[in-house]
Structure formats: C-alpha cells, structure tokens
Ligand binder design. Sequence first.
Ligand SMILES: [Zn+2]
Length: 218
Amino acid sequence: MVVDMVSIALTNIGKIVTGDIENPLAEGDTIIVEDGKIREVGRGLNVEGCDQVYDCSGMTVTPGLIDSHAHIAIGDFTPRQLTINFIESEMHGGVTSMISAGEVHVPGRPRDAAGVKALAILNAKAFQRFRPGGVKVLGGALILEPGLTEKDFEEMAREGVRLIGEIGLGKVFKPEHGAAEMVRWARKYGIKSMMHTGGTSLAEVPVITAEDVLAVNP
Ligand SMILES: [Zn+2]
C-alpha cells in the first residue's frame, strides 16, 4: 500500500507511557511521528513543518492496546452479538490492534477443509485492505477441521494466513484428530497458533483439558 508521508506532532503532553515495563515513562512533552513511526520524543521539540499538530492539553499518551482474542467475522460486524462497529468501538477504548482467534461466528461457517481454508484466506486478505476505525486487524485465523493437508498450510501461508484460530472451535483438537500434526505443519510455514482450554461459552465446543493442550503443543 502506498501512503503519502505524513508527519504528526503531539504537543503539550502531560505524561508519556512507553509500554516498556522496565522503563514505563518517557521524559518529554512532545512526540513527532513520521510516516507512521515515532521519530522523536522530547521536551519542547520544534514542530514547525509538521503536517498535523495536536495539542494534548496535558493529557497522558499511551501506546495502543492489542486485543489478542477477538472473534471477528466479515467487516466490522459480529453476528453472534448482533453488533456492528464493534471494532471501531474498541478503538475508542484504546485498542489499535486486534488479533483474530478464529472467524467462527460467520453465519453458516463451513465445516470442511476446503471451506475453512477459503474462509481463512478471505479474512486474511480482506483485513489487509480494511482497517475499521483505523484498527489494524490480523484476520484469517484457520479453524482446524478434518482433511486439511500440509499442502493446504503451505498454500495458506503463501496467501497471507498467519494464524490458526483457537484450537477447539473445529472438530480437530486432539492428537488423534491430527491436531498436533497440523500445528507442526503450521509452524513449518510460519503460522502461529492458539488453543482453547477449560470451560466454554458455546454448547457445541467441547471441554479441552490441559492434557489435550500439552499433547497438541500449540
Ligand atoms: Zn474465543
């Protein structure tokens, strides 16, 4: 994506939180951002020439939060909660990045290998092109279903899929289902995984024990 270089200055900041637990506060009252990256943090910096200047009126500036477990569907809509603009609403609470835990609430979501593969590729590509409210969404988290092959994982990785959604949403969640093998294939092609454990919020999702998690090794 080609974006014009834009410089943004935040001035008159009361407190700057870094997100680094070893060094939680930064000294300064000004942040200059260039081309989406922080270029300079300091006190009384020269902001002349910045395209946009925002006076923070003494407020605190923090890094954006990451929601690491969200069940997105298509676009900024979660059918299960009958909610539109939920991603944009999270942004108002400080969330600037969201990681899909599986697009399990897509109405009529496919339960076969070809279908879940298509769904993962579709969501990975759609959210590369769409930032609801400016939130960066890592979409396209594969739901494990029987019949997926190593070749499928290789193809999905090539098409931009970077995640296995919460293992346990599909029918494959124990080693005897092939779950450990699928996780190994995913790792081989740079795809990360997460796994459900314990009680569930959906009647159709089985209880997954700690032994299952250790055996699948997500
Ligand atoms: Zn979940």
